[in-house]
Design a protein around this ligand. Sequence first.
Ligand SMILES: [Zn+2]
Length: 661
Amino acid sequence: MSTTTSTTPTTSTPPTPSVTVAAPVVPTTGALTPLGLDEVRITDGFWADRQRVNGTATLPHVEHWLEREGWLRNFDLAAAGTLPEGRRGREFADSEVYKYLEAVAWELGRLGGDEALESRFRAIVDRVAAAQEADGYVNTRFGRPGQGERWSDLEWGHELYCLGHLFQAAVARERTSPGSDDGLLGIATRAADLICEVFGTDGIQSVCGHAEVEVGLAELSRVTGEPRYLELASLFVERRGTGVLQDIEWGRAYFQDDVPIREAEALRGHAVRANYLAAGATDIAVEQSDAGLLDALRGQWDRTIARRTYLTGGQGSHHQDEAFGEDFELPSDRAYSETCAGIASIMFSWRLLLEDRDVRYADHIERVLYNVVATSPSAAGTAFFYANTLHQRTPGESSPDDEVSPRASSSERAPWFDVSCCPPNVARTLASLAAFVATSDDRGVQIHQFASAAIDTVIGGEHGGRFRAELVTDYPRSGVVTMRIVEAPSGPVTVSLRVPSWADDAVVTVRPVDGEPTDRAVTPGYADVERSFVPGDVVELAFSVRPRVTLPDPRVDAIRGSVAIERGPEVYCVESVDLPGGDEAIARIEVGEGVVPVEDADGRLSIELRTRSLPDTAWPYGDAFAGSGPDETFTASIAPYHSWAERGPSTMRVWIPIARA
Ligand SMILES: [Zn+2]
């Protein structure tokens, strides 16, 4: 592919502000239009429960810790002119405040308003506003006497990264509360105007060490119609990969400054940085109709999913630099799989889904939602996994409720971290989740994720008009999803329901109010039902979520000869609390070839396991490893991976070795 990419973006036609949709990503063009939080409301079930916990427990928890750790107070000190004395937190602490504001903006949109939450939101915006300088600069770590100069540490300073989160927060607010007088959008545009000058074509020819400002600028451009923001995002994307940042011990791949984005073949380096960059680059490619860039990004997504992604959908297998490994380098016990990397992967995939209407992106989003996003927070919503290992060898250490965990790779969920990117990232994702459920196009409505939900939207196009429907499902417990039409435009409308890649027996049934039901078998992809719907018509998608045994590509050496159990979208795991041999037995369990998981009437799964009793030897290698005693065979419960470590410290594994005959 050509390397002579113009660094002057083509913006002959400035983007017009997108019609207000209460969703995180609203492209001006593409195959699908997202439906916002006021158009899709999740009403019941797996995700409704988590949204409720997120709103009632996680959001207050995050605000409490932002206050307690002084990360909010940093803004007060900036306004008072007393920094750097008293500043607390890492260089990127401001970003957690912005991510929290974004989460609250979505939550207010989801609830349709809440007086107490609204006033808390405004109070924090006021504190940020007071810290903004006259020229638009806002950051509590740089630019004052005794601090580093502005933009003096692009590799590690995170100034632009923090602004990216500020922009996303302002976008969330403007889309859920258009024209609000709280001032957040003004803070964002003043900061964006400043960086257009500082980093524009005549400015500093470099980028931020942590991508994120690109997605923020692209969406801010979509909200305001300001083309310069998109142009700057494009400059950042094109500059990266040309060696504009200092080389570091892990190499420039860490911040994707090793290869221009148009030439890269896979995501590499720091997994969150890589996915945020790819998401922002997708926004730019879409808005600028840049087919070459889009093709490069599709290729990177393909290769990354095919070779650099865990069964859970998690990404990143290097602890030291939180980075992708090489192709097929996916060891379970060293899985880093940062929660934020999963969320970032959803961001990248969702943008490609809106552009391409390719079901694979929606399948991956579901995998990450159930096995990374749902795994991170505790059931109570007040402790979080930062890293998401697939194999825990020794019981994790509990983190006290009132202490910051210094370790991102803490083996138990912790209430807060020294680097606490993940908790507010989970919060904003769950609060905005309804925006990832459904989309529309000129033909009808597409359902990408299954949840009981109320849909109320307007379909465009020739046969357009108001469309209302109720989705009812107990997914993932069952694979039956029922859509009842409440209102539909006259004339043909196409309802499309995603059939997951593993659903090999799916049937779609149409039950018209005034006619005989019809059904047909459908294959993975989108099952389209086109008809002139009348209120009361029902479309039902049904497929089995029976447990299945999954094998790895043998090139994933670390798990060669092992199996995993999945049921519907959920990956399962074995936990020591369910083993007779206790914590240590997790290392010795095996399954017989042809193992069949058994499901009881309550949907709980169990499998037959064998433990080998192995002698301790002076040297763990040799020509044979016979057991020292009789093998033990027993039936053990297995649990969804997202629920692991909820019953106290335990050892755990997702992949189980197959017993040698
Ligand atoms: Zn994180």
